[in-house]
Ligand binder design. Structure first.
Ligand SMILES: C[S@@+](CC[C@H](N)C(=O)[O-])C[C@H]1O[C@@H](n2cnc3c(N)ncnc32)[C@H](O)[C@@H]1O
Length: 399
């Protein structure tokens, strides 16, 4: 439980560190973690198009359900690089994006196509006091509240009620439970991973490729399902064996793998920023469910020597490096502070609905969604602020 302001402050600080690390490392993948897009592989236009598509669908849902709302001022809570904020700016007089990560906000400002009509705000507080009461006619938040502890998310939900104008709409997504039944049966987590290269020596902060073979040594067929792919991935360990980077490369198993069968894969990895001796650990992962190691499988650990890059040697290019030249904060994230995964949380629907009522919002309708990821079913909640208009607004509204 994180009840006190001090506890929440510490939780927010950790949350900010995690998102800042991801924002510096691979911001687009941190936002939409589509397999195959890790390591700067998102095309920026394709990425932004997902935002326009999402907002078009949202507006269509509102219109087809006869939900009326003012198109004056919108807030995108947890805006990341502005994927949805920019899309909202097409339909609202003004829009604000707010995020906890300075680098996300910096990227969002660099990508802003709407000048002062669209503003971005950094906020690392457990509240939204940067905005006055009744500030927005529309609040939207997707794939954000699920990544923070429920007590923290509940505070923000309460704040949505405060910053909404009377009659304003709030729409947000939250998982309502975890579902793990898509995990493989326990016996399936057995594999033998081989790499012909044993002496690995790479430059720091560069991309490298490993040819790897993976054998299914379990008695269970490994399925090949787009929603729940099995992937080869890697961690980085320092010389003392401490995990310094949990999530790095991913290569999807391209086919069903029968018991005893072996498949060949190519894994693209990103090397640590500092020269030295490391270990790269190869393991299989069922995304959103489990690393095979945590289910008892053997991993493959290989020693790697990381050599310093000559000063003039260019960094490996990254398709999705959206920060302008000179503004890159060129140092990749310091490995020791990096790489916690995204944590996932849920709030049961009953509690969300009660909380909305408690904070002056009335549920209009809810739409089931698994946008939070496979295994995290939840809802989009559509609610309206039902509080009385402020005294100074009363005359204009009633005239
Ligand atoms: C998965 S990304 C989604 C970004 C954006 N909503 C989108 O769909 O494109 C989650 C974002 O929430 C931000 N975030 C996490 N906790 C936050 C908080 N307490 N306040 C504001 N932003 C937060 C992260 O920095 C990150 O940019």
């Amino acid at each position: 439980m994180t009840n006190t302001a001090k506890d929440q402050g510490e939780v927010l600080e950790r949350l900010q560190n995690v998102w800042e690390t991801h924002a510096k490392d691979d911001p687009l993948w941190a936002i939409i973690s589509t397999p195959g897009k890790m390591g700067g592989k998102w095309d920026l236009n394709e990425f932004l198009q997902t935002g326009r598509h999402e907002i078009d669908q949202l507006l269509e849902t509102l219109s087809s359900n006869d939900i009326e709302f003012e198109r004056s001022s919108a807030l995108d809570f947890g805006c990341g690089v502005g994927r949805l904020t920019q899309a909202l700016a097409r339909s609202f007089e003004s829009v604000c994006g707010v995020d906890i990560s300075p680098t996300m906000i910096e990227n969002a400002r660099n990508l802003n196509q709407y000048q002062e009509k669209c503003t971005y705000h950094l906020n690392a507080r457990p509240d939204l006091r940067l905005f006055e009461d009744d500030r927005f006619s529309f609040v939207y938040s997707n794939i954000v509240l699920q990544h923070m502890e429920p007590e923290v998310a509940k505070n923000y939900l309460a704040e949505f009620g405060r910053i909404l104008k009377p009659g304003g709409l709030v729409i947000f997504q939250l998982p309502s439970q975890f579902k793990n039944e898509k995990g493989l049966p326990a016996a399936a987590y057995s594999t033998s991973i081989h790499c012909p290269e044993q002496k690995l020596s790479w430059l720091s902060s560069s991309r490298a490729t490993l040819a790897v073979s993976v054998q299914n040594t379990s008695p269970v067929l490994w399925p090949c399902e787009p929603g729940q792919p099995i992937m080869l991935g890697n961690h980085w360990l320092d010389e003392a064996g401490q995990m310094i980077r949990q999530d790095d490369g991913r290569a999807v198993l391209p086919q069903v793998v029968r018991p005893g069968e072996t498949v060949g894969l190519t894994l693209d990895v990103k090397t640590p920023p500092a020269a030295g001796r490391y270990t790269i650990e190869l393991d299989l992962v069922q995304e959103g469910i489990a690393w095979f190691k945590n289910k008892g499988a053997q991993t493959l650990r290989l020693p790697v020597e990381i050599l310093p890059r000559a000063a003039e040697e260019p960094m490996a290019p990254s398709d999705a490096d959206i920060r302008p030249p000179g503004n890159l904060g060129d140092a990749p994230p310091a490995v020791e502070e990096a790489f916690e995964g995204f944590s996932m949380h849920y709030i049961p629907r009953r509690e969300v609905v009660a909380l909305l009522h408690q904070h002056g919002m009335q549920l209009e309708f809810i739409v089931p969604t698994d946008v939070g990821g496979p295994g995290y079913p939840g809802y989009f909640y559509f609610a309206r602020a039902v509080k009385a208009p402020r005294a100074d607004e009363h005359s204009s509204l009633s005239s």
